[in-house]
Design a protein around this ligand. Structure first.
Ligand SMILES: [Zn+2]
Length: 210
């Protein structure tokens, strides 16, 4: 890969894997694919969903509401999730099989109790930056490849924000898995087509060098 390429590994955490509180079907299957891909990149960053207890995106924070229903918050429509990825809990830890030692940065997100953060670049108010955009720009990265969980939420919004910020954005499909809530997978694929996000397969990524 080029020196200006970076692999962004999104939320490969226990709560998003089978047995976790917000398990993505086959979520753990991405781990060997990502480990293999990571070896092909000179640069890797990780994101980590990192919520306060009682976070406003949790259904449990809203009387009478159930997970996967939506609600209107100050910044727009929010899906209500089961409690997940609470700071310093085993569910928030990276999957034990993920080879994370080479990662140069871990971006934590969703740590403000009143606003969720799907994207690695902006919180769900679409305005508050995480700092990752500046980090990538300052270090001279031009192209970001996205892998991890889940295709239809955090991977989707991260890749679209990267494209919006002027980076070349590629989602490596077979290194991601989706949640599939209320047509969210179809919406994500449709949105990728409309935005400048490109889809690729892990087998072809190695051939994209230079
Ligand atoms: Zn979350």
């Amino acid at each position: 890969m080029r020196e200006t390429d970076i692999l962004v590994v999104v939320d490969v955490q226990n709560d998003f894997c089978p047995g976790g509180s917000l398990a993505v079907p086959e979520g753990d299957r991405v781990v060997p694919v990502i480990n293999r891909l990571a070896g092909q990149f000179a640069h890797v960053v990780l994101t980590q969903d990192w919520h306060t207890p009682g976070h406003l995106s949790f259904a449990s924070a809203h009387a009478g509401r159930k997970p996967f229903e939506t609600t209107e918050l100050a910044y727009g429509t929010q899906v209500l999730w089961p409690d997940h990825c609470i700071q310093n809990t085993p569910g928030a830890a990276f999957h034990a099989g993920l080879d994370v030692n080479r990662a140069e940065l871990i971006v934590r997100k969703g740590f403000r109790s009143g606003v969720d953060s799907y994207s690695a670049f902006f919180e769900n108010d679409r305005k508050t930056p995480t700092g990752l955009g500046g980090y990538l720009r300052e270090r001279g990265f031009k192209r970001a490849f996205f892998v991890g969980l889940a295709t239809d939420f955090c991977v989707r919004y991260s890749a679209e924000d990267a494209a919006r910020l002027g980076f070349e954005a590629v989602v490596i499909e077979d290194a991601c898995r989706g949640i599939g809530a209320n047509g969210s997978m179809e919406a994500a694929l449709d949105s990728f087509r409309k935005s400048k996000v490109r889809l690729a397969q892990s087998s072809s990524v190695a051939r994209e060098a230079a």
